[in-house]
Design a protein around this ligand. Structure first.
Ligand code: SAM
Length: 285
């Protein structure tokens, strides 16, 4: 899988993709990252990428021409007509089924970026990420070239670079082969909500982490006692059934406390429902 990042600050990414899993995935050839300096697609002496907004108002806007040229250099077809664009989109969609390209504009006005979306993007061959700056990008770039606008959260960054790094990191680790254990992405927080919860004979869900749409459970390691606080005894006794039960209960507790909205879409067993009721009663809800 390949990520192409279009930015006015390619040096921003120096170092950011050179650690841990992202570095290894590139070294093993599972993932490639291309950085494209928007200024390389300008033709004036000052390498101008921005201009004043039509209609007046604050700040500057990224001009469409260098962005269009950068996209064209990546083989992304330019269309200047909405109808033609729709025809192209449906044609492209067919090719995308067998692994194609998505062009994404990073924007605070975009659809929220979620783990589910990351899973979808990880199936593709190529993701092109456009990093906005200033007040944003001339809207025609979005209309003509972009499959979607993506926001990494309800706050405003000063540029799309951090958002691009978040998307690359999140999507890349879901590309098959990148994580040591293929299933481990599935069993983290925001794991597949509609996955079957497989249980053992005692009815305890097998999931080790956040499968079923819950948050992950808390983790502990040595020392057993840290600053007077002991790690939970149940994790020390080697009883795997008890450990799984405890972990599932912790997932429910954490999700109820920090992200009760996730419970709506989570896949919960009868036992989960009973536990939740107990926790809610304990909390006086
Ligand atoms: N005027 C824009 C607005 O109010 O929505 C904000 C522009 S922001 C200062 C500059 C660039 O940062 C945007 O074009 C976008 O690429 C990026 N950006 C800001 N917040 C973002 C977010 N939450 N998610 C993704 N990209 C973001």
């Amino acid at each position: 899988m390949r990520f192409e990042i279009i930015t006015i600050f390619p040096a921003f990414f120096a170092g950011i993709f050179e650690h841990g899993i992202v570095r290894r995935a590139q070294a093993e050839g599972l993932v490639g990252i291309g950085l494209h300096d928007l200024r390389a697609y300008t033709h004036d002496r000052h390498r101008t990428v921005d201009d004043r907004p039509f209609g007046g108002g604050e700040g500057m806007v990224l001009k469409p021409e260098p962005l269009a040229e950068a996209l064209e250099s990546l083989g992304i077809l330019p269309l200047h007509n909405r109808v033609e664009l729709q025809v192209l989109r449906s044609a492209q969609d067919d090719t995308r089924k067998v692994g194609g390209t998505r062009v994404i504009l990073l924007s605070a006005q975009g659809r929220p970026f979620t783990q589910a979306m990351a899973r979808e993007l990880s199936q593709l061959v190529r993701v092109v990420l456009i990093c906005g700056r200033y007040e944003g990008v001339d809207e025609r770039i979005n209309e003509i070239f972009c499959d979607m606008e993506l926001s990494i959260g309800d706050y405003v960054l000063s540029g799309g670079e951090l958002a691009a790094a978040v998307v690359v990191d999140t999507v890349m680790r879901l590309v098959p082969g990148v994580l040591g254990n293929e299933a481990s992405g599935e069993f983290e927080s925001f794991g597949v909500a509609d996955a079957e919860i497989s249980s053992d004979e005692e009815g305890v869900p097998r999931s080790q982490h956040g499968a079923g749409g819950l948050l992950d459970y808390p983790h502990f390691t040595r020392p057993a006692v840290f600053k007077g606080l002991a790690a939970p005894q149940v994790l020390m006794n080697g009883d795997h059934l008890q450990i799984r039960k405890w972990r599932r209960e912790q997932q429910l507790r954490k999700t109820l406390k920090n992200r009760p909205d996730l419970l709506e879409g989570a896949v919960l067993s009868g036992e989960d429902q009973r536990l939740l009721e107990t926790i809610r009663r304990e909390n006086g809800d």
